[in-house]
Design a protein around this ligand. Sequence first.
Ligand code: XMP
Length: 525
Amino acid sequence: LVLILDFGSQYTHLITRRIRSLNVFSLCINGTSSLETITALSPRVIILSGGPHSVHAPHAPCFAPGFLNYVQENAVFVLGICYGLQLIVQQLGGEVRIGEKQEYGRMEIEVRKMSGLFGEKCVGERQVVWMSHGDEAVRLPEGFEVVASSLQGGVAAIQNKEMKFYGLQYHPEVTHSLEGMYTLRYFLFDVCGVSAGWTMDDVLEEELKVIDEKVGPEEHVICALSGGVDSTVAATLVHKAIGDRLHCVFVDNGLLRYKERERVMETFEKDLHLPVTCIDATEQFLSKLKGVEDPEQKRKIIGREFICVFDAFGHDLEQKVGTKPTYLVQGTLYPDIIESCPPPGSGRTHSHTIKSHHNVGGLPKDMKLKLIEPLKLLFKDEVRELGKILNVPVGFLKRHPFPGPGLAVRIQGDVTKGNALETLRQADEIFIQAIRDAGIYDSIWQAFAVHLDVKSVGVQGDQRTHAHPIILRAVTSQDGMTADWYPFEPKFLNDVANKIINGVRGVNRVLLDITSKPPATIEWE
Ligand code: XMP
């Protein structure tokens, strides 16, 4: 295991990703985690991440007391990156000073010596790297040597071979550091002796074992399927482990896309043979949403109704199988549970933060069910890979994300007003189908149509119209946290606009949203 201690750098998760891409299992935990937590994981290598702090700042985060003894006694290799390097220098008796020459962005370094970071072949080489630091190491602790310097003369890489301590002042994990992957590979494989054997098959085997040990032979498990990739892969995995003691429910809340219910149910039943109960709760949801315009209010109502439906499902199940279900499967992913060191003064704590909107409505506080979260150590692309091994159709795995509150966050105001839901479904389907036909679906993170509760004047077939606009929104993104609008060809847009105007009643204008996130969000509400 390669363990990353996170001190708050925006690139920390990228380090985890890069190392996993070398088929080496890596985990990232809070930089100030206790020594017991670290010991329990028994890492072979520990990477101290970068961070926005200065080691001199009051309350600057630091590894746990006893950390230095632990790594020495257990011959653990330690690599400090940026803040991590400065922490090593300061904690081992060297000196870190507020940098006179701050180094930000693309820089050149010169490799001066054969070392555990660059090997023989790089000696004398100049490398382009990505730096982002204000403080600098000006005196190294005893036994350390500089093995690469920036062209301005700053320390770029250090080592103490005997202690197995290494440090890089730049970020090898970002692609702007052109030789960064070479350095990580050389360090992990040639110096630390890590072996590349971690695959999704191992993950699957391990998770099946965990579920098998956890869930007793008489116990029953429930899972709410949203039609998205995460809950589907999680359910498929659990189904493989415990068979039909898994009971899934798919709720049609009346806010789904065009033929969504039929499409996902077909995949669940025909391709995945999952035991799924489909509940049509359209009336229940829409009656509660009637007249509600406030976006947060809409979300709350939807969350509440979901919980009511799940409760009723659990109750019916108990009657059927004669025992209460004991576990709930959730498709929680790694980015949802990672803790990180917040910047000082941000007001955030080190607490376990879960994006609440990703679990529709959250979970009831007094919930008796225990959780099974088989994907909680995986990133989205790893979940897709796992899905492939579990024979989830590739087309399904590549589906764009769809928010839990469904079309309610894409219809401005009261979702039950007029024909908004049906109008939006038709326009959205035309847009998505055109994207598929143009072969660009997989290049887009998320695409959809939005219905606005305003009217404008138009003219169609010599008739004056007074109808709604449809907004087209398509974005590229890595994780939904930031996004950019997708640059369609003008002809594509022209064709889609024509198809929507001519094919969807009640629409007389098509607009394109060209706002990135930030400042906008991806959804409209
Ligand atoms: P925003 O609109 O916040 O969206 O930029 C980021 C990503 O999250 C999805 N999203 C949601 N998903 N419940 C969900 O399950 C929600 O309430 C919700 N709001 C936004 C959105 O589709 C995008 O992928």
